[in-house]
Design a protein. Sequence first.
Length: 424
Amino acid sequence: MRLTSERLDLLIAAVRKILPLQAPADVLLRQFFKDRPQLGQNDRSAVAETVFGVLRHRFFLEALTGKGTARELVLAYLTRFQGMNLRELTPFIRESESKWIPQIKAAKLEEQPLFVQAELPEWLVEKLQASCSNEEILRIGQALQQPAPLDVRVNSLLAKREEVIAALEQEGIEAQPTPFSPVGIRLTGKPSINRSALFLSGKIEVQDEGSQILGFLLAPKRGEMVVDFCAGAGGKTLLLGALMHSRGRLYAFDVSEKRLSNLKPRLKRSGLSNVHPQHIDSERDSKLKRLAGKIDRVLVDAPCSGLGTLRRNPDLKWRQSPESISELQEKQIAILTAAAKLLKPGGRLVYATCSPLHEENQQIIESFLTNHPQFSILNCGELLAQQKINLPDAGKFLQLSPLHHNTDGFFAAVLEYSKTEPEN
């Protein structure tokens, strides 16, 4: 990064804008850029890299600067993580700052507490210690500090993976098959894929490989009735529709009209004709009651802490808390219970989160099964093996992580409605 006085001021202003985290960091950053339309691509890239770099390493930077100001955090980040030396920074810094910058470079990370080394909140480290060693937590934290790769999913309705890889390479984009998803491609770097003819024609969609694997766990068949219960902007919906060969009926429900509106252009590109987006006001909406007992398969990608996505959303470390996890648990069990009522006997439900926490995952499933004995668990590893997806550490549950799979952190459980509820 080439530093000038103006660019340093810009970086400091951006960090100052984002750090109170009164909204998601990407939303605040978009607003920051909107307020400065004159900024060129290089300045925007430098700002985004610095903001997310400071967020990824904030615990360490604050330990080094004594919870410093935005200016101190930016200078510490440039020194420690961008490799700038005192000579490069001297034209832009105060005399007092020139005295502590060498100390920033020399500080030893291993002398810091575990939560600082792992760049995870203390409360989260304590929760992870229930199932992980300190060494494992440190490795998880280090993996979450790395930027996520850019994965795309091939729309199997319109193209084959080999053809797409060849076409991407003709566009000068380096690409290779993802190791697990049979329709995934991992791109090198961060190309502007939304300008690619492949994207504009609906042959590819941006989607993390872990998210793709959830669709293969649900494994919908052509002609079935399927529900994506928390569809959001529809990334998984579009995969399910392609797996169904655009036959049958696929409902995409969500409580956010804005998120569903983002599905519309994607749906148009996809060539799918079996998807029916519908806004619901809650898990008790009457639209859902009309489908009770009629659905073959349901995907519940439940609202969660999102802590498995810290590579993309490092600000979540400060926007979640033990209290927010407790609130989410109530919502998760209510949504799972409502979604389960849609299934016909023999139907399949996949419950998934992008969280590593037992409270949002295993505990929710255990609580649900205690109250719904007519449901049983299917083995995730066996279901994936049937589709020639080899995930050797997948068993009763699916647990994907940046550390072991280079995907976002996902949990999934597969439930089967094995018999009708006994009559009163």
